[in-house]
Write a protein that binds this ligand. Sequence first.
Ligand SMILES: *[C@@H]1O[C@H](CO)[C@@H](O)[C@H](O)[C@H]1NC(C)=O
Ligand SMILES: *[C@@H]1O[C@H](CO)[C@@H](O)[C@H](O)[C@H]1NC(C)=O
Ligand SMILES: *[C@@H]1O[C@H](CO)[C@@H](O)[C@H](O)[C@H]1NC(C)=O
Ligand SMILES: *[C@@H]1O[C@H](CO)[C@@H](O)[C@H](O)[C@H]1NC(C)=O
Ligand SMILES: *[C@@H]1O[C@H](CO)[C@@H](O)[C@H](O)[C@H]1NC(C)=O
Length: 460
Amino acid sequence: MRRGAFCRVATILGAVLVGSSDLHASAQQSEDALAPAPSPTEATQRLAAPGMVACWGNTQAWLPPPVPEDGLADNYTTLTTGASLETSADYGADDSDGVGALSLDGAPSMGAPAEGDEEAPFHTWAPTEIASPFAFASLSAEDSYACGITTGGAVACFGSTSPLRPDLDFSSPTVLPIAASFIKVATGATFACGLLSNASVACFGRMGDQLWTGPGGTEAQPTPQLVAGGLQFAELVAGGNHACGILLNGTAACFGSNEANQLGAQQDDVQLGSSREPVVVADPSLAFTSLAAADTFSCGVLANSTAVCWGGYTDASQSELLPAGLRELKPKQPQLFAALAARGSTVCGLTLQHSILCSGVVASFIDAQGYPETVFSATPIPLLSTSSYTQLTIGGSGFFFHACGLTMHGKAECWGLNNEGQLGLPPSAIANSTTPQPVATGLYFSQLSAGGDYTCGVIA
Ligand SMILES: *[C@@H]1O[C@H](CO)[C@@H](O)[C@H](O)[C@H]1NC(C)=O
Ligand SMILES: *[C@@H]1O[C@H](CO)[C@@H](O)[C@H](O)[C@H]1NC(C)=O
Ligand SMILES: *[C@@H]1O[C@H](CO)[C@@H](O)[C@H](O)[C@H]1NC(C)=O
Ligand SMILES: *[C@@H]1O[C@H](CO)[C@@H](O)[C@H](O)[C@H]1NC(C)=O
Ligand SMILES: *[C@@H]1O[C@H](CO)[C@@H](O)[C@H](O)[C@H]1NC(C)=O
């Protein structure tokens, strides 16, 4: 009852989403792309180096699966920080993507699956640096992969469902072989879009079921294609099957699936199914300063620091669509918002005073009977914390969420569900938390990004 638990309303996608202008691969592409991961010794020497990425929680998105041969398994375990690994409870069948059943025989320190559960995923609550031949400037974590911008301006991805390497069960950090400079990458369910330094946007992977289809109908397209329409973007975010950006003039525009009105298009009579070209959100005279996108809805901060959302469903079961059009996120006490984060059925806002308010699903946990429970609030409610935050990220999927805030001091604090150690604390000590808990690490971060049931941070 995890990722497969919430049914999606069938998507009606009319057309292929992106234009046909291919970017051309650079000649030296394979140098970077095929560079081998460093040996465990090299990785250890780089521990806590700025730009390296450390992750915690479910390891399927960020650690190579251990192979049950003794020698190999031993090598992988030396990549961890050596902290003890916790065992997850069996919360029901996990039909998630990524690597399938893995035998843990011969890898004793990778933790043991719950009794009788061969598919229990690996996890570690201890922030663990991933082996990467290059440093990251920023990161965007998805359910089971992540992409980031390297300090050299390239897009790099890793994980078990990397849209860059759909052929692999697990890909260590690999650079997109394109001779262009990127400033941001936004990840969707099975695609990623990069914001180029010249304000164009290029996407790769598969957006929705009928887009970028290769041979066989479902293969991802690793060659980035420029988004049609020639618009120039200053900001970019991605939801499940859609992406939104802020144009250089402040107008917001979205493209991709509109199954839940997540594009925010003002279509008088016609129900827009999807759009390969970015469509203006609501009214072009509305200026946005920040955006966030979840699976089926999108949100933004307007120039006057009010927060609005559009699209989505009334609850996490996705049974009823919310009315189209913008709705304000209106806390009881008026707040000035600086930024937003959204995922699943949760949206949180970071205020100009560095506090956090959340609405939608504001708590999720597993009850004594093993069922997922959620607490819903239509009104944004303040997160109880004395810390000041500079950045915010939400992870999870379906009924579950966890979120993390980066404090003024560069420390990570997380709250929400901790069944896989995604809060950076032993699940046996704290199963879930409604208040932010300091991640158990001495590391400082410059940015955090929460994935499906794990969290990663770029080391400061
Ligand atoms: C694992 O480590 C052993 C000994 O330390 C070494 O001989 C072997 O080649 C390593 N395997 C890999 C795949 O790195
Ligand atoms: C931006 O750069 C890309 C890659 O070099 C190029 O294909 C695209 O045409 C450029 N966009 C603009 C608006 O010049
Ligand atoms: C911003 O640019 C877009 C695309 O050209 C246009 O549709 C929109 O009207 C512009 N917004 C303003 C406020 O001029
Ligand atoms: C913020 O701007 C929006 C759009 O112009 C407007 O509808 C709203 O009333 C404004 N809110 C405040 C508090 O000024
Ligand atoms: C998770 O949090 C809920 C709500 O605070 C609480 O009732 C529940 O006991 C917690 N679950 C566990 C396993 O600690």
